[in-house]
Design a protein around this ligand. Structure first.
Ligand code: MN
Length: 318
């Protein structure tokens, strides 16, 4: 039997008390078990990592992070939140690394905070929780962040957020009462974030910054399964490079909250095993189903080790 590979998860959330308080009371409501785990950075978290055999978590702020507030508030909160998170990483350098929370409502400040977090705090990139006050991240106003990430050679993790209100009203409202997760992890998050991924490719941002690397969770939000179809559709009209080529060159994906062998194997066939990184999406998803799944992946031990940690070590320079 080969030795158990090191296990690293990279879409693992916590919340900063000041950031949480910046939101309206109704937006702060969380299930008690989730809130307890988002607020805990060491005790219960490390216990549950140990119980599941997770060696390291790369921590990031839970949705909506700094993406749904005014610029001045976001800038004010970012520095302290990242400094506090850095203290946790410094206290447990073998167990934790971090993605920065960056104040995207002020793109220039967000680029500067990304650079500070990477060069001074040792962070591994940034996680952005979907649209910034309703604006998708491919908008040119955010390109200074992409430029800085490419220059620093760190990835940006594009995480789901709530769909636009117009989308909720038109697509989901009829079923939202009985099926609240329709808007969220069951479907709405996927559509929202896959749309974000498509828009990134169409924007031309990867021509402007060829070293830009984007991570999508949830096995690429369905996009790997759809690459052939998307490519075929775009070939009927519209110019430019193959969507599939650009996606495959610039995107990396994680298994957060998506522990399916058929879905994973599709991703391996489209993107190659080197672009896929294990993740859980703690605490919204429990660790143990993820680490119980890992050994069942029908790939060779070398490829499983890449997914378990090797690819994350390389991409994030852990
Ligand atoms: Mn998540």
């Amino acid at each position: 039997m080969p030795a158990k590979p090191r296990v690293i998860t990279i879409e693992e959330h916590y919340q900063d008390p000041d950031v949480l308080r910046a939101y309206a009371a109704e937006d702060q409501r969380q299930l008690p078990a989730i809130a307890e785990r988002l607020n805990d950075l060491t005790n219960l978290r490390i216990k549950e990592m140990d119980e599941a055999g997770i060696d390291m978590q790369v921590l990031s702020h839970a949705n909506p992070g700094l993406q749904k507030m005014d610029a001045a508030t976001a800038v004010r909160l970012a520095r302290n939140a990242n400094d506090r998170l850095a203290e946790t990483v410094r206290a447990h350098p073998d167990r934790f690394a971090a993605f920065a929370a960056i104040p995207t409502p002020d793109p220039k400040a967000a680029a500067d905070e990304l650079e500070r977090a990477v060069t001074q705090l040792g962070f591994k990139g940034a996680l952005i929780n979907g649209t910034t006050n309703g604006v998708f991240f491919d908008d040119k106003r955010f390109w200074p962040i992409c430029e800085r990430a490419a220059a620093l050679d760190v990835p940006l993790y594009l995480h789901p957020t709530m769909p636009h209100q117009a989308v909720i009203d038109t697509y989901y409202k009829d079923y939202a009462q009985d099926w609240p997760m329709l808007l969220r992890a069951a479907w709405g998050f996927t559509v929202e974030t896959a749309t974000q991924g498509v828009r990134m490719v169409l924007s031309g941002v990867f021509d402007a910054y060829p070293n830009l690397k984007i991570i999508l969770g949830h096995l690429g939000e369905g996009l790997p399964f759809l690459l052939w179809r998307i490519d075929m559709g775009f070939s009927r009209g519209g110019g430019g490079k193959s969507f599939r080529d650009v996606f495959s060159e610039h995107f990396y994906i994680t298994t957060s909250g998506f522990f399916s062998n058929p879905a994973l194997l599709c991703c391996v066939q489209e993107l190659g095993v080197d672009r896929i990184m294990f993740s859980v999406d703690y605490p919204f998803v429990a660790n143990k189903p993820g680490t119980d799944w890992l050994p069942t992946i029908p790939l060779c031990a070398e490829d499983k080790a890449k997914i378990a940690s090797g690819n994350a070590v390389r991409l994030l320079k852990l």
